[in-house]
Design a protein around this ligand. Sequence first.
Ligand code: ADP
Length: 437
Amino acid sequence: MSNPWLREFWRMAALFGGALFVGWLLDMPLGLFTLALMAYLGWHLYNLYRLERWYYRRKKTEPPHASGIWGEAFEHIYQLQRSNRQRKKRLATILSRFKESTAAMPDATVVLTEDDRIEWFNKAAKRYLGLKNKQDIGQRIDNLIRHSRFSEFLARGDFAEPLEMASPLDDQRYFSFRIVPYGNNQKLLVVRDITRLKRLERMRSDFVANVSHELRTPLTVLTGYLENMTDATGEHDGQWDKSLQQMQSQTQRMTRLVEDLLMLSRLENEEKSALRDPVAVSAILASLLEDARTLSGERRHQFSLEADDALWLRGSEKELSSAFSNLAFNAVQYTPAGGHIHLRWQRCGDAVCFEVEDDGIGISPEHLPRLTERFYRIDTGRSRESGGTGLGLAIVKHVLDRHGAHLEIDSQPGKGSVFRCVFPKKLLIEHRQSQAV
Ligand code: ADP
């Protein structure tokens, strides 16, 4: 009989049936039946007592043995207990393996709670961040990494990009702080030492800056001599004139390249503190328009300028002027003679935009994502011919990045292009306020 309840029923029936039968023989059926009932109840109470006692001091002991339905119940409890124990063991092994592997990781790893308190950290976190065992658990992480940029990063809640800054303990070392949200609003802070990478980057940009700087003097000398020689044209024949012209245009191109490379390395290395001046954008654009007209020369492009005088920006006049002129001059270079070029400086939705629209040669969509890379040109020959360095849009991108702005490009081959610099509203200053500054 496999069903335990059925077995228990037959046991009960046998007990009470037997009691009634013996009671009938002895002529006291009710008495014996009550006795059997009490014995049965007593047996239940006794097993209940054993269960309660076992539960009370269960720790690692097995549940008591019993017969009948109680035996069955104890057996189930025992199986439950055993599978729980196995699961606990498995979880403990996984947890200790996870802790061992994260502890051995060269990157500092800190587990943070929802309100940014430290829950756990590995050995590297002690070395990198100076965290101390026990005493720092439960502390807010921004109380221990005391740096305004880190606090802002933590408060912003946007962890798509890591934060790169000097180590809180040693300003010669550079760290990348990455936060990965997981589970129940918890966060994993991973800190990686990027000192070597930063040093290499610095070496590369110093190298480019030094080479460019060193090239300046020989180029100035060459340009000077070439000018002198061109001025003295009478002494040369036609063949010489042509060569001199070519030499002059190539030295000019090299000078522009050197200037652009120096500008890029300045943008990469200079502190952002120079980006706080009020800038009268419409005044920049007025003089830029004149320069663009001069550049257009015989090609006679049709220019228009719409600029809201009241919109001033907080930033660097030199950098913004360089970025805007790169865009305007590109429009002149890549728009056929007589084409239209519109410059606009106005509010656009929640932001402020500088826009250059032309009806020139346009750009096919596959080039757009790579256009701001250094030396990326669609038609190298054409760019060189027009005196382009291939660095113009890279400079624009850097300047905009430094101002917290971005570049949008809409273009159709054969129809024209719109290059739009979108500045966040927080950089905007009203005209009256800016005059008072
Ligand atoms: P370049 O010195 O060659 O002009 P840029 O970085 O300024 O270098 O521009 C990169 C490339 O983008 C150019 O070579 C050109 O092909 C394309 N480009 C830039 N501005 C325009 C424009 N207004 N219309 C069409 N193509 C453009």
